[in-house]
Ligand binder design. Structure first.
Ligand code: ZN
Length: 133
C-alpha cells in the first residue's frame, strides 16, 4: 500500500497559543481547529497548507509523549503522517516487512481519523504515522 499524500506534519510546541499566532500572523494561515486528544495527552491545532496539514502539538501533561519529547529534544519536528486508504492494512504490510511498530492496530487520533505509528528505529529516526479513515 502506498500513501496518497502527506496528510500532516506534527510539530511539538511548548505554547499552542503563541505558536498559532506565528502560523497565522507570519505565514498567513488560518487555524481551523483546536482539539484535545486525551488519549495522547495533547492539545492540537490544525492549519491547512494545500493538501497537507500542519498539526501543532502541546502537551497537556509533562509525562505525556509530547511532554517527554520536548523535555528530551526540545520543541521541533515530531512526526510525519502519510495518508493511507486503510491504516490497519498498511500497518500489517509494514510489519510483514519487518518494520517495528508502535501501534499494531489503528487507534483513534485527532479529527476522528484512524492512526498508527511506526517506530523511529525502523524509519531512519523519523517518527512516522499512518493516517486515514
Ligand atoms: Zn499526527
Amino acid at each position: 500500500m502506498k500513501p496518497t499524500h502527506i496528510e500532516h506534519i506534527g510539530i511539538a510546541v511548548r505554547n499552542l497559543e503563541e505558536s498559532i499566532s506565528f502560523y497565522e500572523n507570519v505565514l498567513g494561515l488560518k487555524c481551523y481547529a483546536v482539539e484535545e486528544v486525551k488519549d495522547q495527552k495533547v492539545k492540537t491545532a490544525f492549519f491547512m497548507v494545500g493538501q497537507t496539514k500542519i498539526e501543532l502539538l502541546e502537551s497537556t501533561e509533562p509525562e505525556g509523549p509530547i511532554g517527554k519529547f520536548i523535555e528530551k529534544k526540545g520543541e521541533g519536528l515530531h512526526h510525519i503522517a502519510f495518508a493511507m486508504e486503510d491504516v490497519g492494512e498498511a500497518l500489517k504490510e509494514a510489519e510483514s516487512n519487518d518494520v517495528r511498530l508502535i501501534d499494531k492496530m489503528p487507534r483513534k487520533g485527532a479529527e476522528g481519523l484512524s492512526i498508527g505509528f511506526l517506530h523511529p528505529k525502523s524509519t531512519n529516526g523519523v517518527l512516522m504515522e499512518f493516517c486515514g479513515k
